[in-house]
Write a protein that binds this ligand. Sequence first.
Ligand SMILES: Cc1cc2nc3c(=O)[nH]c(=O)nc-3n(C[C@H](O)[C@H](O)[C@H](O)COP(=O)(O)O)c2cc1C
Length: 212
Amino acid sequence: MDLFKTRSNQPEPSEINHAQPPRRRRRIIVALTGATGSILGIKTLIALRQLNIETHLVISKWAEATIKYETDYTIPNIRALADNVYNINDMSAPIASGSFRVDGMLVVPCSVKTLAAINSGICDDLICRAADVVLKERRRLVLAVRETPLSSIHLQNMLSVTQAGGIIFPPVPAFYVKPSSVDELVDHSVGRMLDLFDLDTGDFERWEGWKK
Ligand SMILES: Cc1cc2nc3c(=O)[nH]c(=O)nc-3n(C[C@H](O)[C@H](O)[C@H](O)COP(=O)(O)O)c2cc1C
């Protein structure tokens, strides 16, 4: 038998189609919880839409209450900003499983209640379950925890989530941009948060040394 003979049913290397299937859009889960600062979550959704990121949105019951109290946005307005929206009790949603590939998750704003639930691993709603999945799959989890002052319980929960691979991102204002509006401070926080996903909103001033 001639081992070096080309087999007629095998394609020549030059005939093999090396074209890869088209890469999917980047996917990010966005969760809004009942801490004050709902505008941060809303502007995050707007920025991700402008960056053509596929968003998967969950809104908690108390987030709905703060959105209504703090902003002029309606819940249907906000839902319309996302590609996919899930009920917080829907444990059958794709984002409840690690086999559904996502590039990460942002909880913005993040209440200390949701921080505590994520830290404890109690997956009794879709936000905590999705965050738990993101951590176990070693994907990026960013929590924009919004509370002040902080108790040792909050600090311990933040440390422990950080040790599990999460990133705690308290949306603290950057006064060095000399903001002329709250909107500008919000855009700065949203921009810095999305930096953590290697996404550039191009919508805020970066520090480039003292201005001459
Ligand atoms: C107007 C308003 C502002 C709130 N601000 C905060 C806050 O900044 N941080 C926080 O952790 N909880 C805050 N809470 C309390 C949370 O909404 C509450 O703990 C709730 O259970 C959080 O649930 P969730 O994480 O499922 O949304 C606020 C509640 C209201 C009504």
